[in-house]
Design a protein around this ligand. Sequence first.
Ligand SMILES: Nc1ncnc2c1ncn2[C@@H]1O[C@H](COP(=O)(O)OP(=O)(O)OP(=O)(O)O)[C@@H](O)[C@H]1O
Length: 961
Amino acid sequence: MEPQSNLDTDSDSDGSHISATPPRDPPPPTPTRPPGPKPQPRPHVTSPTFLISLKRETRVSKPSHPNPKSLSKPTKKPPEPSTDSPNKSSHQDQIPRNKPLPFQIRRMSDQNASSSASNPIEILPAGYFSKFASFSKIKRPLVIPDSVHQDPEVISSSTSQSFPEFRVSDDLSGESVPLDSISSEIRNEVVSNFVISSKSVLRRPNLIGACVNTQPTERPKCVNERNFVRLNINGHGRRFTYKGRGSNQSKYRGQKSYRRSRRKFKKERENDNGYIEEDGLVSDAPKLEELNGKKIKLDYESIEKAILAAREEASEENLARLLKLVYGYDAFREGQLEVIKMVLDGKSTMLVLPTGAGKSLCYQLPAMILSGITLVVCPLVALMVDQLKQLPPTIRGGLLSSTQTIDETAETLRLLQEGNLKLLFVSPERFLNVEFLSILSAIPVISLLVVDEAHCVSEWSHNFRPSYMRLQASLLCSRLKIGSVLAMTATATTRTLQAVMSALEIPESNLIRRAPVRDNLQLTKDLVTLIKSFPFSEVQSIIIYCKFQSDTDSVSKYLCDNNILAKSYHSGIPAKDRSRTQELFTSNKIRAVVATVAFGMGLDKRDVGAVIHYSLPESLEEYVQETGRAGRDGRLSYCHLYFDDAIYFRVRSLMHSDGVDEYAVNKFLCQVFCADQNLPGKICSLVKGSAACKFDIKEEVMLTLLTRLEIGEVQYLQLLPQMNVTCTLNFHKSPPLLLADRDKVVGAILKKSETKQGQYVFDIPTVANTVGATATDVSKRLQDLKVKGEISYELKDQAYCYVLMDVPRDICSIASHLTTWLSEVERCKVRRLDTMFNAAAFAVKYCKKAHGCYNEQHTSCLKEKISRYFNGDGNSDGLHKTDQSSPFLRSDIKVFLQSNSQVKFTPRAVARIMHGSSSPAYPSSTWSRTHFWGRYSQTDFQTVMEAAKAELMNIVGKEAL
Ligand SMILES: Nc1ncnc2c1ncn2[C@@H]1O[C@H](COP(=O)(O)OP(=O)(O)OP(=O)(O)O)[C@@H](O)[C@H]1O
């Protein structure tokens, strides 16, 4: 075995924990098979096993060096160059469909061969794996990436194309088990499960806070814990139906149903099970109970005492007592006690624990003890909801999210102001909301600000979010009274950590960091071999990660066709269906979820036994985070990675989709500052869609640039919440001029509108500037007039809004500075992907299996790579797969430019097309029709850009002559 000394372990895998939750049957070492075409039979398994042998289809590989002659004769007419906006056409019939071929497993004849397309391959029968094959390479059908096609039509169309065929087989020979014998039971289960789920009560956790004051709750005799109540309001205990919009607490008062529910509630309390059911509503026991596999009887009096004792002295003994009383846990896991003590000491702390290691407890416990409110910043609404549900009954929690109605938000804010919340989940975007900030600033103490998924703060992380970048300590502390900050992440390299800690002003000494991978995870490489092997067949719950939405749909469909209960999960699926899938999975009603990266954050299913990466993750951070969803119960779990360089090249091309050119940034800044027309204090807006097309910069990148202008050394602007800025208005009652006399907003509207067919069309920020109000004030005024029946209106054009604070004198130097920074961010993304690829390639090709790895099992070498990566600066070492040059590149670009001579290109735009990567001004819906689309995805992006630049210069030179 590889010495583990360089890898810290976490308590998930310490002896006591393992003995409490025994490992799944350990996998027997994979039997070595003799060479030859006939695979050996698998060990006999008595229970029904569902083993899948893949039979896939692939598209014809494009020759990496195509004949230029053939290229000059396009097979299809190139795209209409551009009289109409390229954006307009997004029909699925414009997307080239891939020609399926029979499934191939490629066995490299040359170990060092790198390009699967150019190397001789041996076609093996499906399901066969020779022991000589260093790795089974599966050529996948080319599907259109999420990021390229957001159009749901396109997504659904791509799912219907013919796809990998999966068979149910009973052994390595790939023979099929009679499906009926397996399926009937499962089919029945599916049917009944769906019936159950369709009847289930829709819960709206964000409403729970709104109901907290509906009646006097059975409070314990709290001494000085004002917010402490026996009942949780987080979804475990009492729940009230919310009778439609506008319902509020007063509607409950005096109602019969309410009195009935009170009686029932009291009765439940008398039963002393600690949990309360409400009036015909969901009465599931708290998560807590499920989590520990035993009932916990909450002793509220003792809990109160324990809280007071811990507040008085945060000793290990006092904290452990509280832990036992509230959670039923016997001991803290590694790192937990240390961080809780630091937080209670008021020290800002950076916590890095693996996924599932128990980070939430590190803020929940202090939230109970600290006197003020705890604010938790979460990146996703779904994550907030899950976290809220998982709060113990002793913490009054609430959340603020964009999915709430105005009434719900108002109710939560009211509770917050009244001090009736102990813990509040918010999105980072919420900090743009002036009303929210003013309520927060009036709160005497925000004891703790928790930044969950804190790596999002740093541009060097795998999951950077511009709105997180705004969570600068200086910005927060200047507006709010925050006791201390707890930043938490499972995955961050040293460079990312430094950036996060510096932004949140966390001292270096306050870093608590453990190894990124738990010890109960086995990391292996080959999906097919593993699916056919014994441990996998024993696993009840499996998550399969795919890169693209269309892959998840197809893979889950094929699994279902073969009687393996699976559902797909991605952001293109309506939220309601996604949560139903999650529910089915958590309650073991389906066996597998086939998902994009959108699945899993906040999922606390302890018995996920396997995580399979069907596509290469984008980074080791992503890999570690996703594999960390297996084995949270401490049992031996399996992580399988499909290694495929076709996906690698496609993803690598996508990594360049955020890149920008200096001149584009320059143009963008000119628009942001509108040269000399704008004065500081003016409200401005940038319509997202049209600006993205105009500058060929993605919307998120524009937001990143704006955020940079807000939080840089000079604050050039202040971001406001995004809104629809174009208003089309009709007057109904009073004549417009009469109304304008009474109302200055209407006066400004009449002045600043264009009239089109009797309708008034205007820009809200412009009207706001005219009357000296905020955009929100104008929106509110419009709403009032609408309620009075004076007007009706429609809003469109979602825009970034901001107030100008300062206009820079030298836009060029800011543009240059920002471009350099964004280029480094782009390179960093590519390096992360390369590192992931190299780690997988190492396991597949070069691992000497000297330190504990055997057969396809590469836990030791991968853990070592992961550890080195996280402790270093995150840089890639080793192989570089992309071609640094190509003899036909220049001539291909020339042909492409000639055949699209009416279109204006930049070198970057040409390189993106050659890489098959869309951008706002050159969308795939138009440009994927050219046969050059994606042709050079295996050639280094920079090399293609330089070749394009040279060709464009040639054309300019000729035109100048
Ligand atoms: N001291 C403990 N003893 C036993 N179980 C614990 C302990 N602390 C936390 N847990 C359990 O571990 C599981 C994972 O905890 P939690 O969800 O907080 O992990 P996490 O680190 O936040 O993971 P993620 O990064 O995925 O969000 C939960 O079921 C939690 O109840």
